[in-house]
Design a protein around this ligand. Structure first.
Ligand SMILES: Cc1ncc(COP(=O)(O)O)c(C=O)c1O
Length: 449
């Protein structure tokens, strides 16, 4: 189906969203409170969620595969999580300003499920978690530089919002030595220069950067499976080599599990690759869909955090009882090995169905499912190995497909070409089949042009 038709259908079904957008735009830049929520022609304003569904302000129902960018994969209004939150509201209060014993239970569960995490600190967002982990690595090593992977998102702070999504190929620098491109205006050049960039799966590139900056790099920050560039698994032996190199150069390895934790695997994604990081960041699922995240790792490093050590970590809302209760219910009652297996099965079923449709329609697109997540790269025939290869994907086709799916009652993805789909505990085979029926219509339309 040609693009203008999907857009017209979207506009005719979402008239109230447009009106709310106009109103919201007077108060919030772009009418949203996180730039990722904006899409053209205007975002969907959603009023309610239940299980695998959400409803927009026009009353349209959607099967939701965005799931708050992977944070709501317990399903909307999950009964276990709602019960836990109600109990805190009835008996405890939202914020007491003193440490509460309940945080220990969630910490124990995290320590049990994240190899290498002996101690941790809670924060309110993944952005804070990675920011504090970087500060801690600098404090521990006494070094200033950080190495990150091109195309990887770790939150919106200056340390790591570098070469997250360089918008043009010419800005990226050479394959051999990718440039450090600040994604946001307002990032001081001096700060950007401290963040060095490598390509995912490029062992030689990492070796070179660590060698050329010997005794200057505090940490390598990466995901075990790169997200926010679609989904890119590590090449065989890559993560082990990263671990070996970081140890050799005395550099801390920080693995970011904010998105992949409990979505790419039943726990952290790195566990399948036989590596133990020095520090780990986590978020999204660990708070059961409430604002809670954490950074943790080896006790010897975590003891550098104040008041024991010198790396400052504060936060009025850290480990607030509501989020801790929601996270505890999510990890102990919802995100079990068993529920993960079912989610992964559904994600693979979805991927297989999409591959068949794409083949029948004669469309070029590479479809990837990893755990309970998946990605579609329009215009690519093979799995990309890094962001540069992913970047070749056809973004216009993606947008067309996105709108086409929305007007058929499916939120097919988190809302940008480089995001992913997520399958929740509440999704069913029937939900997957509905996705596929809608996808078949849209993709055949796209093939006709
Ligand atoms: C891998 C990764 N790290 C960190 C973050 C930042 O988390 P938050 O949005 O909670 O600040 C995100 C957010 O999507 C993420 O995907």
């Amino acid at each position: 189906m040609p693009a203008p038709r999907n857009q017209r259908s979207y506009e005719s079904r979402t008239r109230r969203s447009r009106r709310v957008f106009e109103d919201a735009s007077r108060y919030f830049p772009g009418g949203v409170n996180s730039a990722i929520q904006y899409f053209s022609p205007y975002p969907l304003y959603v009023t309610r969620g239940e299980g695998s569904r959400v409803w927009d302000i026009d009353g349209n129902e959607y099967i939701d595969y965005c799931l708050a960018y992977g944070a709501a994969t317990a399903g909307h209004r999950n009964p276990e999580i709602m019960r836990a939150i109600k109990s805190v509201a009835d008996n405890v209060g939202t914020l007491l300003g003193f440490p509460t014993p309940s945080a220990i239970g969630l910490a124990k569960e995290i320590v049990r499920r994240f190899p290498g995490v002996e101690m941790l600190r809670f924060t309110n967002s993944g952005t804070e978690a990675t920011m504090y982990a970087v500060r801690l690595a600098r404090a521990v090593t006494g070094r200033n530089k950080i190495v990150k992977v091109e195309g990887a998102y770790h939150g919106a702070h200056d340390y790591l919002l570098i070469s997250d999504k360089p918008t043009r190929r010419v800005l990226m620098g050479s394959e051999r030595a990718p440039a450090s491109v600040p994604d946001s205006a307002g990032t001081p050049e001096e700060v950007a220069a401290l963040t060095l960039v490598v390509r995912f799966n490029d062992m030689d590139g990492l070796e070179r950067v660590l060698r050329e900056n010997e005794n200057e790099v505090a940490a390598v920050v990466m995901e075990a499976v790169q997200t926010n560039s679609g989904l890119i698994p590590p090449a065989e032996g890559y993560l082990k080599e990263v671990r070996r190199l970081t140890e050799y150069y005395g550099v801390l390895l920080i693995i970011d599990e904010v998105k992949t934790g409990f979505n790419a695997a039943a726990g952290p994604a790195y566990a399948a690759y036989g590596i133990v990081p020095d520090l780990v960041t986590m978020g999204k699922v660990v708070g059961g869909g409430t604002p809670l995240a954490a950074f943790g790792g080896r006790a010897e490093y975590m003891e550098e955090v104040t008041p024991l050590g010198r790396a400052v970590h504060y936060g009025t809302y850290n480990a607030n009882p509501l989020s801790v209760a929601a996270g505890y219910a999510a990890l102990t009652k919802v995100h079990t090995e068993k529920s993960f297996r079912q989610r992964a099965y559904l994600s693979e079923r979805l991927a297989k169905g999409l591959r068949d449709i794409v083949e029948d329609a004669g469309i070029t697109a590479y479809i990837m499912s990893y755990g309970a997540m998946g990605a579609i790269y329009f215009g690519l025939e093979e799995q990309p190995r890094d962001f540069r290869e992913a970047f070749r994907a056809d973004k216009a086709a993606w947008h067309d497909w996105w709108l086409g799916m929305l007007v058929r009652g499916v939120i097919p993805y988190a809302g940008a070409w480089f995001e992913e789909w997520f399958v929740s505990v509440a999704h069913t085979e029937e939900d997957v089949d509905k996705y596929l029926v809608a996808a078949e219509e849209v993709l055949k339309g796209l093939a006709r042009g």
